[in-house]
Design a protein around this ligand. Sequence first.
Ligand code: AMP
Length: 243
Amino acid sequence: MPVMERPAGSEAVTTPILTTPGPILLLGAPGAGKGTQAKVLMMEWSIPQISTGDLLREMRKDPVKSASPLGRQIRQVMDAGQLVSNDLVQAMVLERLKLPDTRRGYVLDGFPRTLPQAVWLDQQLGRQNQALPVVAVNVQVSYTNLLRRLTGRRNCPTCGRIYNIYSNPPQNDTVCDVDGTALGQRADDSESIACERLRMHEALTAPVVAHYRDLGRFAEVDGERPVDDVTRAVMDAIVRLRS
Ligand code: AMP
């Protein structure tokens, strides 16, 4: 997807200015809209979105990496809706955080997903002497809506635009409005796998939310509101946590 494209369903919002956004974590179940919100923050505050799900999917697209035993293992784990090992995801995040575009800040989306990942991240950031501590915003959506969002999600393999057959369908049947490409569905968005991902989230990610809540650098927003309202709430929360 072109880096500066605004996510579908989101219009320009009046943005609170934050010169140094610092490290931002977007927490929330699969389908909560973290990716959509992260893309808006990326555009508005000129910081990168680092999505571990996207990094893993990129890795899967690489013919050499995906044919390796590790690549095959990652595919199996992801397609089953399970979590990839902490070590692997952490190594990937560590590499990504070394790039210079993270200096003013970044939005981590989909990481940390387990308590050990959160503890690891705290240690890493401590070591890097980050000027600003991490702030975490949890995007809250009910189970029923999460399932509808995941199983209804379709994506354009050409331009990356995301649709939802229930709430944001393409104009023409099952092809992309922008380039007419047939839309696809992620293997892990099928109903049975989506349920498994939500179950895993409940079991493993709840302690992550508790961790950041306890640290006091945490806010929760209602992710069921229109996209722009959620954006506004997320940005306001971050600005508040940074003040
Ligand atoms: P997502 O696009 O964030 O829903 O991630 C898709 C899949 O990638 C997940 O179901 C996991 O298999 C894997 N994944 C993404 N982020 C992580 C993470 N932080 N830890 C472990 N596995 C992850």
